[in-house]
Design a protein around this ligand. Structure first.
Ligand SMILES: *[C@@H]1O[C@H](CO)[C@@H](O)[C@H](O)[C@H]1NC(C)=O
Ligand SMILES: *[C@@H]1O[C@H](CO)[C@@H](O)[C@H](O)[C@H]1NC(C)=O
Length: 343
């Protein structure tokens, strides 16, 4: 029995190899020579410098597999979104998740669950058909967390920049580094939660500006003078009722909202354009900020998410991701753990 299975597997594998090599010969772009050249070009663009030839060879193999998979996806059935070879192309999925995400899931949402209740937008019905907080100047330019797992800080800060602009009529870029260095409720580059960040900002009395406490991309000791130099403050924060995209819509119609999401999957990592419809699960490992919503020309409803992976990822740093899916968790779990600061 086992032999038979092995045999049919072997035959299938051999066939696959033949098909793949034939198609590779036909479409030169994925030939070995071309891929080697593509890797060199990619290294130059992204400033990669490997420590030795062995490391370079190892990275090339990973790069090659990723490029092939991206190419196969883009040449396959049109599912409404495309992938691209971006700065994450020489990393395995494990390496990527370890360094570029950073949402730390815990059994309870926050240390003492300081989130205020009830949900303040529960009776809000004046919901526009589409909304983009960028056009209302409530969103700062796209930032880049680098290889520090502090997505939670970027998500919390983007939501805070939004509510601060709506309240004070002034858009100011605020400091993620202050959260990475000073917020002891969270673990800096090793992960954290937006609610914990809001809790810290509330107890600290505010947060300073990006200009005053710029992002470094690694953890360090807290600059207490800068920590005491507040530019914006919040009165508290609230959780959007869990697993409820309608409630999330009520919240996003009022302000940018922090969203926890599964962002460590292959398609999410290499997303480049269109309305993302998966594939992903609900194993929350990342955080972004919902800064709008709408309906694409093809009719697919989407959320507009601001990410913190630079402008080279997605649609200039943003993702449109399918809205109102059948699962109450939302696509990639986006409706599971959303929250926002109050000012
Ligand atoms: C929503 O409306 C109900 C009924 O009028 C009211 O009892 C409740 O306090 C309102 N909730 C909020 C959060 O405004
Ligand atoms: C406080 O922040 C402002 C800008 O927000 C800056 O001009 C000033 O130098 C800062 N002061 C200290 C002590 O960091």
């Amino acid at each position: 029995m086992a032999k038979r299975n092995e045999l049919s597997f072997l035959t299938a594998a051999t066939l696959l190899v033949i098909i793949v090599s034939v198609s590779e010969t036909l479409s030169r772009p994925l030939g070995e020579e071309h891929l080697l050249k593509q890797h060199e070009e990619w290294m130059a663009i992204h400033g990669r410098d490997y420590k030795d030839a062995a490391e370079k060879a190892k990275r090339y193999e990973i790069f090659k597999e990723n490029v092939k998979r991206i190419s196969a996806f883009n040449n396959g059935k049109d599912v409404g979104y495309k992938l691209a070879v971006n700065k994450f192309a020489d990393l395995t999925n494990e390496e990527f998740r370890a360094s570029y995400t950073g949402y730390k899931r815990r059994p309870t949402r926050v240390l003492s669950s300081g989130a205020a209740k009830p949900f303040k937008y529960t009776n809000f019905t004046a919901i526009p058909a589409a909304l983009d907080w960028r056009t209302k100047k409530a969103v700062t330019s796209v930032k880049d967390q680098g290889d520090c797992g502090c997505c939670w800080a970027f998500s919390a800060v983007a939501a805070m920049e939004g509510i601060t602009k709506l309240k004070k009529k002034k858009l100011v870029s605020l400091s993620e580094q202050e959260l990475v260095d000073c917020d002891d409720y969270d673990d800096g580059c090793w992960g954290g939660l937006m609610d914990n960040a809001f809790e810290f900002i509330k107890s600290n009395g505010g947060l300073t500006t990006e200009a005053n406490y710029p992002y470094r991309g690694n953890g360090g000791s807290c600059n207490t003078a800068k920590m005491a130099n507040h530019s914006a403050s919040i009165t508290g924060y609230q959780d959007v009722p869990d697993n409820n995209e309608k409630a999330l819509l009520q919240a996003v119609a009022n302000q940018p909202v922090s969203v926890a999401i599964e962002g460590g999957g292959f398609d999410f990592r290499f997303y480049s354009s269109g309305v993302f419809t998966g594939s992903c699960g609900t194993d929350i490992d990342h955080a972004v900020t919902a800064v709008g919503y709408g309906k694409a020309s093809g009719g697919t409803k989407y959320w507009l998410m601001k990410n913190s992976w630079g402008t080279g990822w997605g649609e200039s740093g943003y993702m449109r991701i399918q809205r109102d899916v059948s699962s109450t968790a939302g696509l990639c779990g986006l409706a599971m753990l959303a929250s926002y600061p109050t000012a």
